[in-house]
Design a protein around this ligand. Structure first.
Ligand SMILES: Cc1ncc(COP(=O)(O)O)c(C=O)c1O
Length: 406
C-alpha cells in the first residue's frame, strides 16, 4: 500500500452513497424510485442563465478569469445585496469561488492552523468537520437539538470555546434541519464571537429559500463576518460549480492569494452564465419556485407526523425536513434501506450529519413535485405495517411535530 497522509483517517466517506447506489441499482432494474435523498433542487437551471452560458461558450469565454472572479459578477452580487436586502457591500470584499465548497475551503484555510478549534453544530453539514480535519485543526462538534432550534447559542459558544478556538461556523438556513436563525439571535451570536475574538462564518447557501421569515443576510450586522453563498441552491446551478464569499476587508488580499494557489480561478463559462441570475425575469421564476417549495414543505409537515415520522424542526428554510424515526426504528439506516427495497422511496439516514441524535433521524429533501411527494407518503404508509410487524414495533399513531411554533 503506498504511503498516504495520516489526516485521511479523520475523513469519513458519505454513508448516503450506499443508499444512493442501492437506489440507482433499483432504478436500473426498472423500479420506480422516488428520490428524496439528494440535496439539490429538482428544478432545471433557469433558461436565461443557460442561454447566457451557451452564449459565453460560443463567444469564446473559455479562458481563465482573475482568481477572485469576473469584476462584473462581483459587482452584480453587490448589486443584489443592495437591491434585494438593502445591504451595501464593497465588491472588493466579494470573491467568486468554485461553489460554496470553494468558499469554505478558502475561509478555513485562512483561519485554521494545526490544533486550532472550530465550533460546529452536530448535526450539521458533514464536509465542514472534514475540512477542519484536513487542515489539521480540531472540529468541536456541539450537540444541538430542538431546544436551541438546532443552532448555536451564545451559551453553547461560551461553554465550548477555549484558548485554541479560532472560529464558529454555522449555516442559516441549515442542512440537514432547515433551521433559520432570527436576525436578533444572529446579532447576539455575532456580538459574543466578536467579544471572544472568534471569527464567525455564516454559511448562507440556502439564503432566499425561506418560508416563514423575510430574506435576510448576516452581512447586515457587521463587516467583520465571513459569509458564504452559492449559485447552487437558490439559483439552481449545482453542477455549474459557482459560489462566493464575502470577507472582512482585511482578509480579501489573503484570500485572493489562497484562491490563486488552490483554484487559479472559478469556472469562466459559469460566471458569465451567472450574470443572468439577477435579472427580473430570472428572479421572478425563482420566486415562483420558492413558493412551490413552500407548498411541498407544508404538505409534508402535515402528512409526516401521522406516519410516525414527526419533523424535529419546522424547516423554516432550505428544502429539508429532519425527521425523528425512533417510534419506528432504533436504526435509521436499517429503516431507510428497508423502505427503499420495499417501496422505492430513498431518504437519507442521519448518520452523515454527525453523532448527536442522528442514529434515529432521517433527512428528507422535498426536491420532488407534490404528486411525487404524495406518492411517497402513500408508499411509506403502505410499508409501515409489514416493517413494524417484522421489528416488533407498534404501528404509529398521530404524533405532534417536535418543534415549537414561533
Ligand atoms: C450547508 C452547505 N454548505 C455548503 C454546501 C456546498 O455546496 P456547493 O459547493 O454546491 O455550493 C452544501 C451542499 O449541499 C451545503 O448543504
Amino acid at each position: 500500500m503506498p504511503h498516504t497522509a495520516p489526516r485521511l483517517r479523520a475523513i469519513e466517506p458519505f454513508h448516503v452513497m450506499r443508499i444512493l447506489a442501492e437506489a440507482q441499482a433499483l432504478a436500473a432494474s426498472g423500479r420506480d424510485v422516488i428520490h428524496l435523498e439528494v440535496g439539490e433542487p429538482d428544478f432545471p437551471t433557469p433558461q436565461p442563465i443557460i442561454d447566457a452560458g451557451i452564449a459565453a461558450l460560443q463567444n469564446g469565454q473559455t479562458f481563465y478569469t482573475g482568481a477572485c472572479g469576473l469584476p462584473a459578477l462581483r459587482a452584480a452580487i453587490a448589486g443584489f445585496y443592495a437591491a434585494r436586502l438593502g445591504v451595501i457591500v464593497d465588491p472588493a470584499r466579494i470573491i467568486i469561488t468554485p461553489g460554496a465548497s470553494g468558499a469554505l475551503q478558502l475561509i478555513l484555510a485562512l483561519l485554521v492552523g494545526r490544533d486550532d478549534e472550530v465550533l460546529l453544530t452536530d448535526p450539521g453539514y458533514p464536509c465542514n468537520r472534514h475540512l477542519v480535519s484536513l487542515l489539521e485543526g480540531k472540529p468541536v462538534n456541539i450537540p444541538v437539538d430542538a431546544a436551541s432550534n438546532f443552532q448555536l447559542t451564545p451559551e453553547l459558544i461560551t461553554r465550548h470555546a477555549g484558548p485554541r478556538t479560532v472560529a464558529a461556523l454555522l449555516a442559516s438556513p441549515a442542512n440537514p434541519t432547515g433551521a433559520v436563525l432570527s436576525a436578533s439571535d444572529m446579532a447576539i451570536l455575532a456580538e459574543v464571537c466578536s467579544q471572544s475574538q472568534i471569527a464567525l462564518i455564516v454559511d448562507e447557501i440556502y439564503q432566499g429559500l425561506v418560508y416563514d421569515s423575510p430574506h435576510d443576510t448576516a452581512l447586515r450586522l457587521s463587516q467583520e463576518l465571513f459569509v458564504v453563498n452559492s449559485f447552487s441552491k437558490f439559483f439552481q446551478m449545482t453542477g455549474w460549480r459557482l459560489g462566493w464569499l464575502v470577507a472582512p476587508a482585511w482578509a480579501a488580499p489573503e484570500l485572493e492569494k489562497l484562491a490563486q494557489n488552490l483554484f487559479l480561478a472559478p469556472p469562466t463559462p459559469a460566471q458569465h452564465a451567472a450574470l443572468a441570475a439577477f435579472t427580473p425575469e430570472t428572479l421572478a421564476l425563482l420566486e415562483s419556485r420558492r413558493q412551490e417549495l413552500a407548498r411541498r414543505r407544508d404538505f409534508l409537515l402535515q402528512a409526516l407526523p401521522g406516519l410516525g415520522l414527526p419533523p424535529m424542526a419546522r424547516g423554516d428554510g432550505a428544502f429539508y425536513l429532519w425527521l425523528d424515526c425512533q417510534q419506528l426504528s432504533d436504526d435509521a439506516e436499517h429503516f431507510a434501506s428497508a423502505l427503499l427495497q420495499a417501496e422505492g422511496v430513498a431518504v437519507t439516514p442521519g448518520r452523515d450529519f454527525g453523532a448527536h441524535g442522528t442514529r434515529q433521524a432521517l433527512r428528507i429533501a422535498y426536491s420532488q413535485p407534490l404528486p411525487r411527494l404524495a406518492e411517497a407518503v402513500a408508499r411509506i404508509a403502505r410499508f409501515l405495517p409489514d416493517y413494524c410487524a417484522a421489528t416488533g414495533r407498534r404501528l404509529p399513531s398521530q404524533q405532534a411535530n417536535h418543534f415549537q411554533d414561533h
